[in-house]
Ligand binder design. Structure first.
Ligand code: C2E
Ligand code: MG
Ligand code: MG
Ligand code: MG
Length: 287
């Protein structure tokens, strides 16, 4: 069979690919089951204002603990959720958790705290995406300006007109837009200029480079400069040490996120962490 496919000009379908596909199908079923059993959870990684060193927001990140107790990386299961279409339901659920979290934080005095939610290309292309966003905001009673959607650069490329229109409609709801992993997707800068985007998120690969060589900060610097020229905020992800934070600060990067400040935290831990690390709560400022 494989041979005839090959002859017909198809890719050779090897036995190891077969195993690979079976593994992915199994994973997809396990993911769906875990989701239906309500055993997935969301963690929140704080984002820090580089000038005041105050926490100003957090990124919501989906977590799956496998049946054996070990964590399964979203880098592995998100592509499977996208491929199977489950990401549409999963993404809606993550957004709702994030919305409810902003409402809880507002009740605890953090009214302006913003939570960023990763949105997959598959979700964004879904015809009901905007309706789902509005409904989720309304049902959770979240304030729209407390929610940010992170999209990736590659999405910005594939149907420029449709995306421009959608981002305008999202922006009209009050929700902000960030471009995640910025610098890795080769997006067209002239197109970027037309998109209703609020901030650029420097990919952690470029943050890591800062400490690696003399010219290591040049891409981060270029992105920060681009943000300044286009009047967009810039946030750095994956900040792991003081040296990186210092360079980013000096370059004028307004926000940062990374293990230096905090790991992704469960909902309960986030509230505890905020009480300890927010000055207005009487906590100590982050050094
Ligand atoms: P991302 O959106 O770029 O998220 C940042 C990733 O960097 C997270 O990995 C985070 O835990 C990790 N990280 C944070 N600080 C540091 C640091 O200082 N150093 C290093 N080395 N890493 C750091 P995570 O949670 O494993 O997520 C991986 C990717 O999976 C995310 O990348 C995002 O693309 C995707 N993802 C996670 N949750 C969701 C979700 O709810 N929906 C969608 N569509 N994608 C998600
Ligand atoms: Mg992200
Ligand atoms: Mg990112
Ligand atoms: Mg990244």
């Amino acid at each position: 069979r494989a041979k005839s496919r090959q002859r017909a000009g198809h890719l050779y379908f090897s036995r190891s690919m077969d195993v690979d596909i079976r593994e992915r199908v199994n994973m997809m079923h396990a993911l769906r089951r875990t989701f239906e059993e309500n055993r997935l959870f969301v963690v929140y990684q704080p984002q820090i204002d580089m000038v005041t060193r105050e926490p100003v927001g957090a990124e919501a990140l989906l977590r799956w603990r496998g049946d054996d107790g070990a964590m399964i990386s979203p880098e592995r299961f998100i592509p499977i959720a996208e491929y199977s279409g489950l990401i549409v339901e999963l993404g809606e659920w993550v957004l709702r958790q994030a919305c409810l979290q902003t409402v809880r934080l507002r009740e605890h005095g953090f009214a302006d705290f913003m939570i960023a939610v990763n949105v997959s290309q598959v979700q964004l292309r879904h015809p009901q995406f905007l309706a789902m966003l509005k409904r989720t905001l309304a049902e959770s009673q979240a304030v729209a300006h407390c929610i940010e959607l992170e999209i990736t650069e590659s999405m910005a490329m594939d149907d420029p007109e449709a995306l421009t229109h959608l981002l305008d409609q999202i922006t009209a709801t009050g929700v902000s837009i960030a471009i995640d992993d910025f610098g890795t997707g080769f997006s067209s800068l002239s197109h970027l200029q037309k998109l209703n985007v609020d901030r650029l998120k420097i990919d952690r690969a470029f943050v890591a480079e800062i400490t690696e060589s003399a010219r290591g900060s040049s891409i981060a610097e270029a992105i920060i400069q681009l943000g300044r020229n286009l009047d967009l905020d810039v946030i750095a992800e994956g900040v792991e040490n003081e040296r990186q934070a210092m360079v980013l600060s000096e370059l004028g990067c307004s926000c940062a996120q990374g293990y230096l400040f905090a790991q992704p935290l469960t909902s309960e831990k986030l509230e505890e962490w905020l009480r300890l690390n927010s000055r207005k709560e009487g906590g100590r400022p982050l050094s």
